[in-house]
Design a protein around this ligand. Structure first.
Ligand SMILES: [Cu+2]
Length: 148
């Protein structure tokens, strides 16, 4: 009897632990649209960098729409929250001041820097794919960098 109670409490504790680990993700998914509203990337008061964190998941970037100012440096902190699937970040427009292609392995964080020179809307995306399957971009893993 005592042993039964004790192991019951233990499994409750374990379940509570699991719930608190999974909690934030579940709340985010429930209360917002998956990628949320456009983010006006703030300028860091110390180094003048327009800095933002972008979360990579299968198959999305959050935020999906970033707004930055031309002529000022941008730093994107690309953080993968997947456990297995590798992703990448492709943002390429030589005339606009960037040509980026960086892999972001599962669970890893990679930082990219560039200075956009030309106002416009530019797509960033993940071009990973398994042979014969649609690319991650085709599965919705793309976003917009809006340069003003
Ligand atoms: Cu991907």
């Amino acid at each position: 009897m005592r042993n039964g109670l004790r192991s019951g409490c233990l499994s409750l504790l374990i379940m509570a632990g699991l719930c608190s680990v999974q909690g934030p993700t579940a709340v985010l998914g429930a209360e917002e649209s998956p990628q949320g509203p456009p983010l006006r990337v703030p300028v860091d008061q110390v180094d003048g960098m327009q800095r933002a964190t972008v979360i990579l998941d299968s198959y999305s970037y959050t935020p999906q729409h970033l707004i930055v100012q031309a002529g000022k440096p941008v730093e994107l902190i690309l953080t993968s929250i997947t456990t297995i699937t590798p992703h990448n970040f492709v943002l390429r427009d030589d005339a606009a001041g960037f040509s980026i292609e960086r892999d972001v392995s599962a669970g890893k964080t990679v930082t990219v820097q560039f200075t956009p020179t030309k106002p416009g809307r530019y797509a960033f995306y993940c071009d990973k794919k398994l042979l014969f399957f649609p690319s991650h971009r085709e599965k919705g893993m793309e976003g917009t960098l809006e340069v003003r």
